[in-house]
Design a protein around this ligand. Structure first.
Ligand code: GLV
Length: 324
């Protein structure tokens, strides 16, 4: 008999088939307590779990005593209780490489659209407001040649630095725990502390995972240090930023604009003050959301689960120490 797994996200047919070639698959819509109760036997016997964007915590793990591996269709895994997984010797696999270039494209789109006010002026055109040659009230600010500050120099930061250096001739400052030789050699990036980035960068781009250490890393004091002309970009995780402080900084003109793909609460509530501000570009967490990349992430996650359950954890494993 094939081992049992729970699938909590729709997969393209070919990938669902690949999963079914290896496992008996129970497809559920989510991981809510109601769903778990409804499929209690399947959850109790499952050795694998595959999906994305749902909480995997102790309460769920208690219902899955046979679980040996989880595979998330994402690079981020802040929705997993990794300590609880480690205690139970459950492997956690993720998709760190396949989305790098696409997320860097999204970041560059946020940089360009917030600086040149692309969304705002396109909406004005659609509203029939383009009735004469435009004046300075429709102008934006230049991107090329401006200083880009990258907070979090991982794979995505590096791909953004490449675009900014070669495509836009931007000097690059970066903050990371360690110096990044490749970023320095290839893109002339300068390692500096967070305050220096806040004070000197024209664009402050956050690409950080959410951890206890990064929660509300950027708040009132940090916005106060930024230039009044600075544009703030976040495409990592929403709670890294104190969103109320961001709203205040935008309302008070402490910064020029913001380009945001992530929020403290997602989906962003329609009542959010961010949606009333013309100098905010708000995207619905589309970082990796292209047909090609989402397929590749799902394919990677399927292979990750197959590998993990076969004891192969040499790549894409968050906690190889949990291997029994
Ligand atoms: C997207 O936010 C991801 O973690 O893959």
């Amino acid at each position: 008999m094939k081992p049992s797994v729970i699938l909590y996200k729709a997969l393209p047919d070919s990938l669902q088939q690949r999963l079914e070639d290896h496992f008996t698959v129970t497809r559920v819509n989510n991981l809510s307590p109601e769903t778990v109760q409804q499929h209690a036997d399947a959850f109790a016997s499952a050795v694998g779990l595959l999906g994305s964007s749902e909480k995997v915590d102790t309460a769920l793990l208690e219902k899955m005593p046979n679980l040996r591996a989880t595979s998330t269709i994402s690079v981020g895994y802040d929705n997993f209780d990794v300590e609880a997984l480690n205690e139970r010797k459950v492997l956690l696999m993720h998709t760190p490489t396949v989305l790098t270039e696409t997320v860097a494209d999204t970041l560059m789109a946020l940089v360009l659209s917030s600086a040149r006010r692309v969304v705002e002026v396109a909406e004005r055109v659609k509203a029939g407001e383009w009735t004469k040659s435009i004046g300075p009230d429709w102008f934006g600010i230049d991107v090329h040649g401006k200083t880009l500050g990258i907070v979090g120099m991982g794979r995505i930061g590096l791909a953004l630095a490449q675009r900014a250096h070669f495509g836009f001739n931007m000097p690059i400052l970066y903050n990371a725990r360690r110096q990044h030789k490749e970023a320095e050699e290839r893109f002339n990036a300068r390692h500096c502390d967070l305050d220096t980035i806040l004070q000197e960068a024209d664009f402050v781009c956050l690409i950080l995972p959410l951890t206890d250490e990064t929660h509300h890393l950027i708040g009132k004091a940090q916005f106060e240090k930024m230039k009044k002309s600075a544009i703030f970009i976040n495409a990592g995780r929403g709670p890294v930023v104190d969103e109320n402080a961001l709203i205040e900084a935008l309302q008070n003109g402490e910064i020029y604009a913001a380009g945001l793909d992530v929020f403290e609460q997602e989906p962003l509530p329609a009542s959010s003050a961010l949606l009333t501000l013309p100098n905010v570009v708000a995207l619905p967490h589309i970082g990796s959301a292209t047909h090609e990349t989402r397929y590749n992430m799902a394919a990677c996650a399927v292979e990750n689960l197959i590998d993990a359950l076969a004891g192969k954890v040499d790549k894409n494993c968050v906690n190889p120490q949990a291997k029994p």
